[in-house]
Write a protein that binds this ligand. Structure first.
Ligand SMILES: Nc1ncnc2c1ncn2[C@@H]1O[C@H](COP(=O)(O)OP(=O)(O)OP(=O)(O)O)[C@@H](O)[C@H]1O
Ligand SMILES: [Mg+2]
Length: 309
């Protein structure tokens, strides 16, 4: 049975004149990875911190497993069943990895430190000082601190920001494993690829509101546009041949030549057409993704640091 573990009903958060979250509603179901996407200042962190009972909504309400974030008694219970990696995660510099995770375990009355450190590949380095770790490992310790006590719902606010691609991929595996263990994951990220690989559903936030929400595959099918064939280089005569063949040929700012097709298999027709004119050129096939959804819904792209470009 599909059950709702998080229900957000019309939450608003104002800071003086700034409306950080503007009437946001969504639901998260047990066992899914749900991602909040959006540019800097969109209201992602404010939204998740309301769910984590760290900020109170100005109006509206939100429920975690039926418990209201506005009710002080409930919020104590919510904090016991969630795990949190904050966006500005910090641990104690002059404690070891183990000792930091132990602090989180004491707070949660948890006894699974070794299991968590093992699952994240941190057991071997448990005696290292936190201050001596790389940025990626520090954040992984943050994930460990979020996972002690086997929380039912795990909030990860930008878990891979600033990571190199390898460290990011490694973290994706850990996040998948959290889901496999049966927990629900609520993620925020600026990385479209990350959201696409990990999420069952996403909500794109802009200026405090949800612009679009849904299953990744459905959003891509609805807003992602067509499959693109991309040539690094194409002679003008070859491009002309494609135009004569009925294709709309576009040139990007980076000098790539792009044509849109209905389905991937058309690549064979395109290559054959080019060959008939004596041109040997092979395009890369680019399937539409969340980045294209973002572009078509918001009208701009998102840089890796969260700016609209
Ligand atoms: N404590 C605060 N006091 C005043 N304004 C705040 C506070 N926290 C957030 N804001 C404002 O609320 C808006 C939403 O901020 P929030 O941090 O939720 O965005 P975000 O989507 O998480 O952005 P980022 O991608 O940069 O993390 C921003 O305009 C921010 O400046
Ligand atoms: Mg944020």
């Amino acid at each position: 049975m599909v059950s709702e573990v998080v229900v957000v009903e019309g939450i608003v958060k104002k800071y003086g004149g700034v409306v950080a979250v503007d009437n946001v509603s969504f639901r998260v179901y047990r066992g899914e990875v749900f991602s909040l996407l959006g540019p800097n200042g969109a209201g992602k962190t404010t939204t998740v911190e309301i769910l984590e009972c760290l900020r109170t909504p100005t109006s509206g309400d939100a429920f975690v497993k039926g418990l209201s974030v506005k009710n002080p008694g409930d919020s104590m219970k919510i904090k016991q069943i969630i795990g949190v990696l904050p966006q500005d995660f910090k641990a104690i510099d002059n404690l070891t990895v183990f000792e930091n995770v132990q602090l989180a375990a004491v707070a949660k009355k948890a006894d699974n430190i070794q299991e968590v450190l093992d699952s994240l590949g941190l057991w071997e380095i448990r005696k290292q000082m936190f201050s001596k770790l790389s940025g990626g490992l520090k954040r992984r310790v943050g994930i460990a601190m979020a996972l002690v006590g086997n929380p039912e719902i795990v909030f990860l606010d930008e878990p891979t920001t600033g990571f190199d691609p390898e460290a990011r991929r490694e973290t994706w595996l850990y996040i998948k494993n959290i889901q496999k263990s049966g927990a629900t994951v609520i993620l925020t990220t600026h990385y479209m690829e990350e959201a696409e690989r990990l999420s069952d559903r996403v909500a794109v936030m802009v200026r405090g509101r949800i612009a679009v929400e849904g299953r990744v595959r459905e959003l891509v099918a609805k807003y992602g546009g067509r499959t693109r064939l991309v040539f690094d280089f194409l002679e003008p005569e070859a491009a002309q041949l494609l135009r004569e063949g009925g294709y709309l040929v576009e040139q990007t700012e980076e000098g790539l030549v792009v044509i849109k097709v209905e389905k991937e298999s058309e690549v064979f027709d395109v290559v054959a057409l080019l060959r008939s004119g004596g041109f040997m050129a092979y395009p890369q096939v680019r399937q539409p993704g969340l980045e294209d959804v973002f572009l078509s819904v918001i009208g701009s792209r998102l840089s890796e640091t969260g700016e609209l470009i």
